[in-house]
Write a new protein. Structure first.
Ligand SMILES: Cc1cc2nc3c(=O)[nH]c(=O)nc-3n(C[C@H](O)[C@H](O)[C@H](O)COP(=O)(O)O)c2cc1C
Length: 647
């Protein structure tokens, strides 16, 4: 008889329950608040918004926190669209949302928020109100010219009351716990901050007065929900701008309010003033903000949670084992892989897709008001995805190309029951992503290959490396469908011994390096080489660099670039010469950039000849990724996913 295998979790602490007031959470991994604009104009929940949160509950998070729900909509709407907890019709949507989260065994939590002086009250349904008045702790004019008025006493009272009413409402809707947002620069933090709170009444001045609004809000919330209903408070551990509060001040605040709460959620920074402290970029260590939770935890007895670029099971287990925190939160990691907690619990950590911190999620929200993730093609269509077609008859699908687009296509097709063979010309999978191995801050992009390979193996995809797909090969294989994902080939404006492509960055020679091309790839290559101690000059023909980076990623990258490299725009590379790289400026004047090695990063072009030779070789042919149009990782994965779905 087969011996039963005893299950022991690889990360026992992460998988262990924790009690908060009258609620027991099933593990220590919580989905951090993430708000998205797919709400109605009045701030009501949509079916799409509910499906978004439900995905994370199904993925095994102990609690799923709904992002910014505004308690006092007239003055506190924190974004163009935020949940309006004062709308007379909000209850049904909230109830359906709480049910959608709870039916998967996760606790339903919701963040109560008020934007204060940063409220988007000038963006009312369908119009931009130019002279809308914003309210904050004190009179102020913001850098964008918005006028902020000091909140009168009656308004403070009304807002405190609105928190109590909102708390009663979310409890009635079936939420298991709630989070009061006192960080990231929103209203409560504006009152806590000596930089913005210059009031002279009982809400300003000393630390206790500045904490008064928080205490009154927490008291109103507690009165509404009772003692068994967990109240979580989210704070920023320090304000890194001039005059802001310090970690020491945050500790004093935590001591002051801990008797009023059941869980202290320690974040950092503010949306407006220190975005990358709140949302650590790929240039920062995973878990760089855990030190704040660790420090604060020494001074309070209430459970403490840590956040900031977390997602690595081993690191999260260590955080709890070392006593740095009792709970870990993840936002972006659960966008990329909503099933991360379930995989941790089931010892399937080799299937976890890592967030690459590309900021596409946050930038796209600003750019098009939609929700996307570079690596997860379901994000933004969670509701529809539940109705994706299953194949009526399994087919033989041949995938040409083992880059991210090809791998995603293979995974999606195999997941739908097709027999899939993936061929890759090289001896390793990964395509253009393979070169990220060399760049420490892109390591999570490189690790995508191993995770996708593992997932393909589990899905039954047959992988044939070292196998080039030609028209003859396709005819011989006679698949029902062919997915062509053969990638692009680099454009080389100069040639010579000392020239390498960005993909071969590891082989660049010498200490002085010229990088040709100031797009995303070139900028990242330049920063990486400079981090390795090389003297780097980046040459770009256009006037700006990193123009193809998204709005959230660009400032982080450009900051690194200018701090570490010499950057020359308006310069065209002509050829290599013994002393370096000869370039020409817009006036036609030549200039030698002294360099021992040159990296070409001016982009690639689709492998059109190969693609053309494969057209019409199978009854269904789909083209995916750079071999159609050179774009980015997200496009390759997105097209691969849909090609796999369409068969
Ligand atoms: C798409 C997105 C939406 C977010 N929305 C909210 C929100 O509504 N409320 C909030 O307090 N924080 C919000 N955040 C911040 C996260 O809760 C979290 O603090 C931050 O992303 C850092 O965690 P991470 O490194 O795990 O992503 C959002 C973050 C992302 C990526």
């Amino acid at each position: 008889m087969k011996e039963a295998k005893i299950y022991t979790p690889n990360y026992p602490l992460l998988c262990s329950p924790i009690k908060l007031a009258g609620l027991t959470l099933k593990n220590r991994m919580i989905s951090a608040p993430m708000g998205f604009p797919d709400l109605t104009q009045d701030g009501l929940l949509t079916r799409d918004a509910i499906a978004f949160y439900e995905l994370r509950a199904r993925g095994g998070a102990a609690a799923v926190t709904v992002g910014e729900a505004v308690t006092h909509y007239r003055t506190g709407k924190s974004h163009g669209r935020s949940i309006n907890l004062q709308h007379p019709d909000v209850l049904a949507g909230l109830t359906n949302l709480a049910r959608a989260i709870r039916r998967h065994g996760a606790a339903a939590s919701i963040e109560l928020a008020h934007g204060g002086k940063f409220s988007a009250v000038d963006r009312l349904p369908g119009e931009r109100v130019r002279d809308a008045v914003k309210y904050g702790p004190a009179d102020e004019t913001l850098p964008d010219g918005s006028v902020v008025k000091q909140m009168p006493h009656e308004m403070i009272g009304e807002i405190v009351e609105s928190y109590g009413e909102a708390a009663a409402l979310v409890k009635r809707a079936g939420f298991d716990m709630l989070l009061v947002h006192a960080g990231h620069g929103w209203l409560i933090e504006q009152f806590l901050s000596p930089a913005t709170n210059t009031r002279t009444d009982e809400y300003g001045g000393n630390a206790i007065n500045r904490a008064r609004l928080a205490m009154e809000i927490l008291d109103a919330v507690r009165a509404a929900v009772g003692k068994d209903f967990p109240i979580e408070l989210r704070i920023s551990a320090e304000e890194t701008f001039p005059g802001g509060y310090s970690l020491k001040d945050a500790i004093e605040f935590a001591k002051l309010i801990e008797s009023r709460i059941d869980l202290l959620h320690v974040s950092a920074g503010s949306n407006e003033e220190s975005f990358y402290e709140t949302h650590p970029s790929m240039f920062m260590e995973r878990g760089c903000n855990v030190r704040f939770a660790e420090e604060i935890k020494k001074h309070v007895s209430v459970p403490v949670g840590a956040i900031g670029a977390l997602g690595e099971p081993e690191q999260m287990e260590r955080i709890i084992a070392s006593g740095s925190a009792d709970i870990v939160y993840m936002a972006r990691s659960l966008l990329v892989d909503p099933e991360l907690p379930r995989k941790v619990v089931q010892n399937r950590e080799d299937e976890i897709l890592r967030c690459i911190r590309c900021f596409m999620c946050l930038a796209e929200r600003m750019h098009t008001q939609t929700r996307i993730c570079a690596l997860n093609p379901v994000i933004g269509r969670e509701y529809e995805a539940q109705f994706d077609p299953q194949p009526t008859k399994p087919k033989y699908v041949l995938v040409a190309g083992g880059g991210p687009g090809g791998m995603q296509a293979a995974l999606t097709a195999a997941g739908r029951g097709h027999r899939v063979v993936l061929c890759e010309k090289e001896n390793e999978l990964g395509g253009a992503v393979r070169s990220e191995k060399e760049i420490p801050f892109k390591m999570d992009v490189f690790r995508l290959i191993a995770t996708m390979k593992r997932r393909m193996e589990l899905a039954g995809v047959e992988i044939r490396t070292g196998t080039e797909v030609t028209a003859d090969y396709v005819r011989e294989q006679a698949p029902d469908a062919l997915i062509v994902a053969v990638g692009g080939e680099p454009i080389m404006p100069v040639s010579g011994d000392k020239v390498v492509t960005a993909e071969n960055i590891a082989n660049v020679s010498g200490e002085r390096v010229a990088v040709i091309g100031g797009g995303l790839v070139g900028c990242e290559a330049a920063v990486h080489l400079a981090m390795k101690g090389k003297s780097v000059t980046l040459v770009e023909m256009a006037d700006t660099v990193a123009a193809d980076a998204n709005a959230r990623q660009r400032p982080a990258l450009v900051g690194q670039l200018y701090a570490r490299c010499s950057v020359i725009t308006g310069l065209k590379a002509l050829r290599t010469e013994p002393g370096g790289l000869l370039c020409e400026d817009r006036e036609g004047k030549t200039r030698l950039i002294e360099a021992d090695g040159v990296v070409c990063a001016v982009g690639s072009r689709p492998r059109s000849a190969l693609v053309d030779s494969l057209r019409g070789t199978a009854p269904e042919v789909a083209l995916v990724g750079d071999c159609v149009k050179v774009k980015d990782l997200r496009e390759a994965i997105f097209r691969g996913y849909h090609a796999g779905l369409d068969i």
